[in-house]
Structure formats: C-alpha cells, structure tokens
Design a protein around this ligand. Structure first.
Ligand code: DX5
Ligand code: ZN
Length: 220
C-alpha cells in the first residue's frame, strides 16, 4: 500500500561516513531518514546533536524524521528547525510540558510527533492527540539499536489507531525498534504505517534490496 513509509535509522549506519550513508539511503525506495538524538540522560547512550543534523541536511533531500531521546526537548526546537528537521518527535516521559513543547514544534514549522516508551500507557497521549502529525509507539526500550521487538506493544498501536479513527484524526502511526521482515506485517495489521528499521537494514550490503524485503513482507 502506498501510504506505507520506510524510515531507515541512521543510528545503525557508519557514523564516520554520514554523507555516503545518506546517499545509500537515497538509492533505496525509503521515504524517511530516521535520526535518533540521545543525550546520555533520558537514555544511557549518547548520539549527536543538531549541528550534525544540519550537516546531514546538505547531503539528503529525504524527510528527516528526528526522534529526540533527551530530557526537556523543548530546549532544542529552534535548533532542529534550523538544522532542517521535517518531523520532530518527542517523548511524553521527557518533559512535564509535553503540550507546550508540541505547540512549539508546530509553531517552528515542523511536523510534531509524540512518542511513548513500552512502559507508558496510551492514555498519556490523549491530552495531546489532537495536536500531532505522528504518534510513535516504541517497540523496544529506547537507547540502543539491535534489540528484540516487544510484541505486547502491538496492542498499543491498535489502541492508538482506534482512538484516531474515533476522533476523525489523520496522524501517522510509527513503530520503532526490532522492526524487520518478520515483525513489520504485524505492526501494519495493528495500524502502523511508518516503519523505522535500523540494524535489520544496515546489516545488509544491498540496502535497496533489504528495504524491498520490508515492502514485500507488508504486501504478503
Ligand atoms: C532506539 C532507536 C531506534 C533504533 C532502532 O532507541 O529509537 O530508532 O535505531 O534500531 P533497530 O531497528 O535495530 O531496533
Ligand atoms: Zn528512534
């Protein structure tokens, strides 16, 4: 189905060669580049910040889907807008000002995404659900690539899809973590339409063919 979007996660790419890794992604049929920002506090791992995203922007025209795993992400809204982020997705668990932060993201001209961890109930999304362009349901605990998919999160995907349809809203539903050719179809069946994949895609030498295996699994 054409509304499905594949978002290769640059977290699994070669950090010393972002320009060529972005070119590799451009050669696939993927629509998004998923960019994980980690601060060593909200999650133990540290990745990189807005300056690196601004440099990446020069090498890619794809949609930059920026996933912030940082404490108080509202501090960085302007920085990521200026860096060229298209979608900025922030965790309900990362700020006591989630509503205001999402408003700020939209006011800065980006699409606003909200994300919940595996341990956070769907109810946390309800107060902001009318504001967002994308809801991300984590299917692993955030912080690292290469973890096993948590199937219990699929019930939350279905609950969010139901909530969206009941309210007549039209945001995208994204899944992130452990997505591969074995797990992607169940995510789509539950209601997801944007699929982040890191280690599964980048372990292959032929990236376009590996992206195609995800599309084939969706069509199966
Ligand atoms: C995890 C990140 C993911 C990560 C997914 O905290 O949010 O985007 O790159 O990696 P895989 O696909 O390997 O689980
Ligand atoms: Zn992510």
């Amino acid at each position: 189905m054409s509304t499905y979007k594949i978002a290769p996660s640059i977290l699994a790419a070669d950090y010393a060669n972002f320009a060529s890794e972005l070119r590799r992604i451009e050669e696939t049929s993927a629509e998004y580049v998923h960019i994980d920002i980690m601060d060593g506090q909200f999650v133990p791992n540290i990745s990189f910040g807005a300056d690196v995203v601004a440099s990446m922007r020069k090498h890619s025209k794809l949609v930059f889907d920026v996933h912030l795993m940082v404490v108080n992400p509202e501090r960085y809204v302007d920085a990521y807008a200026q860096a060229g982020a298209d979608i900025m997705t922030i965790h309900t668990e990362s700020t006591i000002h989630i509503h205001g932060a999402l408003q700020k993201i939209k006011a800065a001209g980006m699409k606003a995404g909200v994300v919940i961890n595996p341990g956070t109930p769907v109810e946390a999304l309800v107060p902001v659900i009318d504001l967002v362009d994308q809801v991300l349901i984590m299917t692993v605990n955030p912080g690292f690539g290469g973890q096993a998919f948590i199937p219990e999160c699929l019930d939350k995907v279905a609950a969010v899809a139901k909530l969206r349809d009941e309210k007549g809203l039209s945001f995208d539903i994204e899944v992130d973590g452990g997505v591969d050719n074995q797990t992607i179809k169940a995510c789509a069946d539950a209601g997801a339409n944007v699929f982040v994949a890191g280690s599964y895609l980048f372990r292959a030498s032929d990236l376009p063919a590996q992206v195609q295996t995800l599309r084939d699994a969706l069509d199966a």
